[in-house]
Design a protein around this ligand. Sequence first.
Ligand SMILES: CC(C)(COP(=O)(O)OP(=O)(O)OC[C@H]1O[C@@H](n2cnc3c(N)ncnc32)[C@H](O)[C@@H]1OP(=O)(O)O)[C@@H](O)C(=O)NCCC(=O)NCCS
Length: 374
Amino acid sequence: MSTSEIYSPGLEGVIAGETDISTVTGGLRYRGYPVTELAAKSTFDEVAYLLLHGELPTRAQLGAFNKRLAAAQSLPSLISDVLKKVPDGAVPMDVVRTAVSMLAHFDPEIGDESHDANLRKSECLLAQIPLIIGEYHRARKGLPAVSSRPELGFAANQLYLLTGKPPSEFDARAFDVSLILYAEHEFNASTFTARVVTSTASDLHSAIVAAIGALKGKLHGGANEKVMDMLQAAGGPDQAEAWIRGALARKEKVMGFGHRVYKHGDVRAGILKEYARQAAERTGNTKWEQTAAIIERVLTEEKNLFPNLDWPAGRLFHALGLEVPLYTPFFVASRVTGWCAHVIEQADHNRLIRPRARYTGPDERHVKPIEQRG
Ligand SMILES: CC(C)(COP(=O)(O)OP(=O)(O)OC[C@H]1O[C@@H](n2cnc3c(N)ncnc32)[C@H](O)[C@@H]1OP(=O)(O)O)[C@@H](O)C(=O)NCCC(=O)NCCS
């Protein structure tokens, strides 16, 4: 078959590799477990273990895993200093990317790309990213960093690292479910980026830094930050219908809707919607939930477009009192588990990823010396 015959813009529908980690075929499953069941019956800590180690943990395995994460929960002082000194107005996703890149310099196993070393590096990153987010957030507010409280569980600890207060049980569980749903998603753009970097025999930190860069874009993870901007632009339930119809007439992309793979709805969005609704009710302000319901109805009726996970996630994080520029960094804190699992899998069965392009440039022509080019 010639290259042109198998060309698919955006690699849509192309099987670009094999994976044991998750599938979207027949409903999203992580290592065989439906995400609906994981969201109902497990915690993010268990899911992180599942993705990295292949099986759901026993109590003893989870205890040992949590101990290893707790032991890794501190940042080199140089990184803490940088987090305090980045210029005002820096984008938190960029700061997370820089800090993860710096962590490579402190990795005691740099240069060792073995399976076991990569697993240890993955656990360290999982432990340290919440600290980066927490320390940077508090530094921007002129607040001192707080020490990690790993006994709270991953999700509650991330919230604690921001506020210095343990969250309510509801807030912790709602955030925990969002992390479960964000953890892994087959060959999405950032995971594929991580696999491409790994396929060149580069290192795990380089792959994760590249993946963070890919996730930042608003067509991917960056969409969860745009959701609140959009709801605010819509104004409220009274103006929402006119606003969304106007946006459609202007052919604007509505953030939090549509998906490359899910053309009939994203099961994750349905799960998190319930938490977003309850979280808003608990604040006593359901304005954005009502606004969202109107936008959702119009987009489904008019364009057959359904919400993706970022749609309820943006609203949930807002109702939990979290600041918008942290939303995509939270996605990083979770998705690093999926990325690392893919890096390890790619490294274990590596073949350089190097596709071909369909050439659309000029036909062959010949070089005139510069004096003859006019
Ligand atoms: C995710 C996304 C990039 C997938 O894009 P894709 O698979 O390339 O889908 P297409 O761009 O081919 O979309 C098909 C049609 O739906 C429209 N569409 C898709 N998503 C849309 C959206 N969010 N708002 C408005 N229209 C949208 C496209 O404009 C296109 O319409 P057309 O056929 O009239 O040109 C796209 O849906 C999008 O930009 N969504 C908003 C960003 C977002 O929420 N990202 C998070 C993804 S998890």
